[in-house]
Each structure stands twice: as structure tokens, then as C-alpha cells.
Design a binder for this molecule. Structure first.
Ligand code: FA5
Length: 340
């Protein structure tokens, strides 16, 4: 019995020394001290040894058990300390480490222009209104006095959803929505996406952006329109920018105009970019709101008049940043976009 106890003690202390983790620890503890453990079995077998040897053997067995328990407890503390250190190392923050650089983006140049335009018109006393990109044919064409046979209504020019619904071809239907629902006088701008079946080239995209402007009040004249447009063009491009107002035709304005600004490259002297005309590409259309459109919205055209305009936001962005091709605005090449 004595030899057996000494062997258990020797083997166990050796194994405890080699314990590497808590799983090993638990395995060894159960193997020796568990219900069916080696030492437990010996202690349970005490009753079978001669009575005179029992006290000495019992004392030895208890001493060995206490020694093993003490060693195990020491090992447990050592393992827990080790785990704590690993955990602390994992969770600690090295304040001297190089910070990871996070690339912060910015608004797309088209949105920058749109916001700049909105701020400008806001400062001139205009309200900012939102309009839907999916419109009724009635608002997009009929109520804007665009006749049934107008080419812009053709299926080859317009994206139809069904016979009564289109992807709006311009922001002008917002005029109808506002005139029908708001009290007079009206002074509003509305910017957003527009869609046309246009062939893609350097100045045309099938999806582009417009900003609509509308003023309805008593005694509104062409002079008010031209003054407002001059003010915004000079605020956006600088006082030296020249403007040219050309007569034009829109079904919903009468009279109608189109507006050009001097070429940004040569400032009007004539160069390759402007084909030696001195003028940039066409930027916007406008005019006095057609009396029929006012009447369509329930406004008495013998008392009220109005002006309206529609700017091409993409083209204004191109002139502003000297961008030669509209496609660059839609390719999302970061090397291009990060310049703005
Ligand atoms: C219109 O869309 C009228 N609704 C503007 C208007 C509003 C007139 C209120 C009178 C009163 P237009 O089709 O010319 O007009 O387009 C206006 C501007 O949008 C153009 O001057 C141009 O700058 C821009 N634009 C037109 N088509 C495209 C296109 N495919 N890609 C990029 N820009 C375009």
C-alpha cells in the first residue's frame, strides 16, 4: 500500500509539472482525485488493510492527497495568470502604432453643383421643392401644353413605364405640381434627375440633371427672368462671364429663350473647344409661363404672369470645372472624381 501511494504521488507530481492548459489540468485532477480517481480508490480501500496498519496508512494517504491538492492549486493559479496575460495583450491598444488612414470621400461634383445652385437660389428668396422622377404623362406633357404630336413625346425620345406614366423628361412637371397645390405668389427651384432616349456623346447622357425655376406673381416680365439668370450666372461663374439670350421655342413658355455663356477655355475669344464661336454649349432654356399652362393649373392669366427656366446641371458642372466630356461624370473613376 505504502509503495502504491508513493508511486501515485511521484507520477502525479511529475504530470502536474507538465500541465500546459486548463483542459490538461482538469483531466489530471479527475484521474487522481475524482470519484473514480486513483487516490480516491486507494482511500476507499483502507478498510481492507490490517487494522494496526490503518492509522499510519491513512495519515500517509491524507498527506499525499494534501500535497497533490496543494500542487494542483499552485498550477491552477499559474495557468490563470498565464491566460490573463494573453487576454490583456490581446485587448491592449498600442498608442504608438501607426494609425490606419481612413479615406474620406466627398460629394459627387454633380451634387456639389446642385447644392451650390440651391444655396444661391435660396439666398435669392426661392423655396426648394422636390419632385418625383416617375411622372404622369399629363404633368410631363399635357398640362405643359406639349401637343400629342410633339416629338419629345415620341417613344424613341421618352422612357415610358405605361401609357400614362413616364420617367420625367425634364423637371418642368414640378411647375405643374407646385402651381396646382401652392398659394400665390410662387418662387421655387427644384433639382433632380431627368431621363431621355438621347444618344450618348460628349454633351448628352440618357440620364442627366436639371434645375427648374418658377416665379408666378403679378407683373412678372422677361426683364425679371433675364435679371435673375444674369445674377445667378455671375454669382456662379464670376462677373466677367458674358451671357447670350437666343430666341427659342418651348410649348410651355411664350416667349421662350435659350441661354449660352462665354467659352470657359478662351473667355469668348474663340478656340478649338468652342469651335471658334466664343460661346459654350447650350446651358439652359426659359421663358414666360404660357398663359394656357397657368390656366391649366387654375391660375387666372389675366391677373398673374410668371417666368420659368430649366438649367442643365451636368453642363453647368462641365463649364465650371472645364470638363470636356459628360461621360466622365458617370464613369465613377476615382482618379477623376477626387479632383473636385
Ligand atoms: C427643357 O428641358 C425645358 N424643360 C427647359 C425649360 C424649363 C424651358 C422651363 C422653359 C421653361 P431642354 O430640352 O433644352 O429644355 O433642356 C434644358 C437643358 O438640359 C439644356 O439646356 C441642357 O443643358 C440640358 N440637357 C438636355 N438634354 C440633355 C442631355 N441628354 N444630357 C445632358 N444635358 C441635357
Amino acid at each position: 500500500m505504502k509503495e502504491r501511494l508513493q508511486k501515485i504521488k511521484g507520477d502525479t507530481l511529475e504530470k502536474i509539472e507538465k500541465i500546459g492548459d486548463l483542459a490538461d489540468f482538469e483531466e489530471i485532477r479527475i484521474k487522481i482525485l475524482g470519484k473514480k480517481g486513483e487516490l480516491t480508490k486507494v482511500l476507499r480501500g483502507m478498510g481492507q488493510i490490517p487494522a494496526e496498519e490503518r492509522p499510519a496508512m491513512g495519515k500517509l494517504a491524507n498527506e499525499i492527497r494534501a500535497e497533490i491538492e496543494e500542487k494542483l492549486e499552485g498550477k491552477r493559479k499559474e495557468l490563470e495568470e498565464k491566460i490573463k496575460k494573453i487576454q490583456e495583450k490581446k485587448e491592449s491598444i498600442d498608442v504608438t502604432a501607426n494609425p490606419q488612414t481612413v479615406e474620406i470621400g466627398h460629394r459627387h461634383p454633380l451634387h456639389q453643383t446642385m447644392e451650390e445652385l440651391e444655396d444661391l437660389f435660396l439666398s435669392m428668396g426661392f423655396d426648394i421643392i422636390d419632385g418625383p422622377e416617375i411622372e404622369t404623362v399629363e404633368n410631363n406633357f399635357d398640362l405643359l401644353n406639349s401637343p400629342k404630336d410633339h416629338p419629345s413625346r415620341d417613344r424613341s425620345d421618352t422612357f415610358y413605364i405605361d401609357d400614362k406614366t413616364v420617367l420625367r423628361t425634364h423637371t418642368s412637371p414640378v411647375q405643374i405640381r407646385v402651381m396646382k397645390s401652392q398659394e400665390l405668389p410662387i418662387r421655387m427651384v427644384s433639382a433632380g434627375r431627368t431621363f431621355r432616349f438621347d444618344e450618348v456623346d460628349d454633351t448628352h447622357s440618357p440620364m442627366f440633371h436639371q434645375l427648374e425655376g418658377l416665379v408666378v406673381d403679378k407683373n412678372v416680365t422677361m426683364a425679371n427672368l433675364i435679371d435673375t439668370l444674369d445674377m445667378f450666372i455671375h454669382a456662379l461663374f464670376g462677373k466677367d462671364m458674358k451671357t447670350r439670350y437666343r430666341p427659342h421655342y418651348f410649348p410651355f413658355t411664350e416667349p421662350s429663350i435659350e441661354v449660352d455663356v462665354s467659352c470657359f477655355d478662351c473667355k469668348g475669344r474663340g478656340c478649338d473647344a468652342c469651335h471658334y464661336t466664343g460661346w459654350s454649349m447650350e446651358l439652359l432654356g426659359g421663358g414666360l409661363v404660357h398663359p394656357k399652362v397657368l390656366e391649366n393649373c387654375g391660375i387666372d392669366s389675366s391677373i398673374y404672369s410668371g417666368f420659368a427656366f430649366g438649367l442643365g446641371v451636368d453642363r453647368i458642372t462641365m463649364v465650371k470645372h472645364n470638363i470636356s466630356d459628360i461621360r466622365l461624370l458617370y464613369e465613377n473613376d476615382q482618379r477623376f472624381l477626387e479632383q473636385f
